[in-house]
Design a protein around this ligand. Structure first.
Ligand SMILES: Cc1cc2nc3c(=O)[nH]c(=O)nc-3n(C[C@H](O)[C@H](O)[C@H](O)COP(=O)(O)OP(=O)(O)OC[C@H]3O[C@@H](n4cnc5c(N)ncnc54)[C@H](O)[C@@H]3O)c2cc1C
Length: 551
């Protein structure tokens, strides 16, 4: 037989065969090319790239947790600030190189001992950092020239706790949710007769939850009454943050980039990547992004998401409130205040003064330098930021004069150092810490503890109601995110979802079959009725019906 050209029909036949067999093999999907195949295999073997945005304690804790698994994850942290990391932890040694940390802590520094297991106390011990208790409070009512401490103060504190408890309980019976201020004022309206009662009332009015007019009474825990017995790190919270970043002999330093303000987080499903765009045009691609910036910064629109955050997250963004808070640090030539107390708190006479430098920490007792650190909350914290340095200093001296008496303050000599924070107008914090305002649901905080699988996770003090607004709450959130990623939470959730869908599909199928059977029975009945006259048995009709459906 001679060699001949294949006919057109033959070519078509081969083509159809090829298409059919191709589809059978691939189940209708395009097979990867050799290169793509290699890329997928290599991709799965490579460690996942995690980008953490924000080098506050939450972001750093997440990065530290993840970098323990070097085989499976590479972690890079990007921080917007040019000259420091730590966020709302700021041990400002740059302004005063000789200072010991605790005297230049302008942000969060007190490790709460209300929650018995504060992980940061444990961590400080692990890093060999000295922790000291801020012992003994003196409560001053300046216009009465009275002060309380020791047993008297214990009685007052006990009464204050009762007032709080009563206020919270009574407010729960109200139909309309009220603020802590309203709840407390209602109780106080019925009391304030004896002196001690009145002192307790003043003490209650010093609490931040009272000062923040809108703090929800339903979400306040009276057992959290804080009379200043917190712990401080003598070398400052910045030292603990430094250790998190620098690691140890077993743990290499974190890969940290300063001066990188994230502008947009974009999910690229096609590439199975998430892209982070920074101000200035730089862009990085990662497998996972941990967003550890303050909720107020996200809510301000400074950080954009593509696609937009789901509705639930957007609601949380706008419903979670952030308080105003600031610190003032004053160093004198000599300590004029009593060495007997670790904290001084003053009562105030008017609503406008609430939160206005009511509490001062005696740093001299801790590190032997004549330094006082004052706290501002609420509206006074906002207004303090707009004073010029001279005005601010005079303002502070006036408060101290009223509190301790002018003659005593004069004994301190000159003010040799004066510093204060501006957390409210700082565009990278826009406030101090989150709190539940009247009407907000604690569940909003927990929204952010759920990742947007598989690409975006959230860390920060605002991502869990349990210890919101605290240092240890922020730290725990970072550890939680680290664990969520390490244990493959998104993969588990995906499998659960698949199982749920499969289960629903199976149930639907069963229902469909059951309906079919019912219809079959109904039509059998019909057939029985119809065939009654023909004397067929039910079994015979059923058999003929079965034969019909099988066909
Ligand atoms: C004055 C003050 C006193 C406080 N006192 C106490 C206290 O005594 N005890 C206590 O438990 N808590 C206290 N707190 C609260 C505590 O400091 C915070 O809850 C905690 O530090 C929050 O940590 P975080 O990691 O969630 O957020 P942050 O520390 O705010 O970290 C977020 C980081 O993200 C960065 N960032 C923002 N935007 C971007 C962007 N677009 N791109 C990249 N990076 C970005 C920020 O610069 C920052 O470094 C206080 C807070 C303040 C302000």
């Amino acid at each position: 037989m001679g060699h001949s050209e294949p006919s057109l029909m033959y070519v078509l036949y081969i083509l159809i065969l090829l298409i059919v067999s191709f589809n059978l093999c691939t189940n209708g999907q395009k097979l990867p090319t050799e290169n793509e195949k290699e890329e997928i295999v290599v991709d799965d073997l490579l460690p996942k790239e995690v980008v953490v945005i924000g080098a506050g304690i939450a972001g750093l804790a997440a990065a530290r947790r993840l970098s323990a698994d070097k085989q499976n994850f590479t972690v890079k942290v990007y921080e917007a600030r040019r000259d420091r990391y730590g966020g709302r932890i700021w041990t400002d040694k740059l302004t005063n190189m000789k200072a010991r940390g605790a005297e230049v802590d302008l942000g969060g520094s007190a490790l709460s001992v209300i929650s018995k297991e504060n992980p940061l106390i444990e961590l400080a011990e692990k890093f060999d950092l000295k922790v000291a208790s801020v012992q003994k409070l003196q409560f001053i009512i300046p216009w009465k020239k009275i002060s309380y401490s020791g047993d008297d103060l214990s009685k007052i504190t006990h009464q204050a706790a009762q007032i709080l408890g009563q206020a919270v309980n009574e407010s729960k019976t109200e139909k309309i949710e009220v603020s802590m201020k309203e709840a407390i004022d209602k109780v106080l309206g019925k009391r304030e007769t004896e002196d001690l009662d009145s002192a307790a009332a003043h003490l209650v009015r010093c609490l931040p939850s009272y000062i923040l007019d809108n703090y929800s009474s339903r979400n306040y825990k009276p057992e959290n009454i804080d009379v200043g017995y917190d712990k401080l790190l003598l070398d400052g919270m910045g030292e603990l943050i430094d250790r998190l970043v620098s690691g140890s002999t077993e743990e290499p330093p974190l890969h940290l980039n300063l001066n990188k303000a994230a502008r947009q987080i974009k999910v690229d499903k096609g590439r199975r990547k998430v892209l982070v765009r920074f101000h200035g045009g730089v862009q990085v691609a990662a497998d996972i992004v941990v967003v550890a910036v303050p909720v107020s910064v996200i809510a301000s629109g400074e950080l954009l998401f593509e696609p937009d955050l789901p509705k639930k997250y957007q609601l949380a963004l706008h419903e979670i409130s952030i308080s105003a808070g600031n610190k003032v640090i004053v160093e004198f030539e000599h300590a004029f205040w009593s060495a007997e107390y670790g904290v001084f708190t003053r009562a105030v006479r008017t609503d406008a003064e609430r939160g206005n430098l009511q509490t001062w920490v005696n740093v001299n007792n801790l590190i032997g330098h004549p330094v006082l650190i004052g706290l501002l909350f609420g509206q006074p914290a906002v207004e303090f930021e707009i004073l010029n340095p001279e005005e601010a200093k005079n303002y502070v001296i006036d408060v101290l004069n009223e509190m301790f008496g002018e003659d005593l303050v004069k004994q301190g000599g000159k003010v040799v150092r004066f510093q204060h924070s501006k957390w409210v107008t700082d565009p990278l914090s826009l406030g101090a810490s989150t709190y539940p305002k009247v009407g907000s649901d604690p569940g909003l905080w927990d929204t952010f503890s759920q990742p947007l699988c598989p690409y975006i996770y959230f860390a920060g003090e605002h991502t869990s109601f349990e210890a919101h607004g605290t240092l240890h709450g922020a730290y725990n959130s970072g550890i939680r995110v680290g664990d969520q990623i390490l244990t493959g939470l998104c993969e588990t959730l995906r499998k659960e979802e698949e199982r749920r869908i499969e289960e629903a599909r199976r149930k639907k199928e069963e229902q469909k079959n059951a309906t079919k059977d019912d219809k079959l029975d109904d039509s059998l009945d019909d057939d029985v009725n119809i065939d009654e006259d023909e004397d067929d048995t039910v079994e015979e009709v059923a058999q003929s019906k079965k034969e019909k459906t099988e066909l």
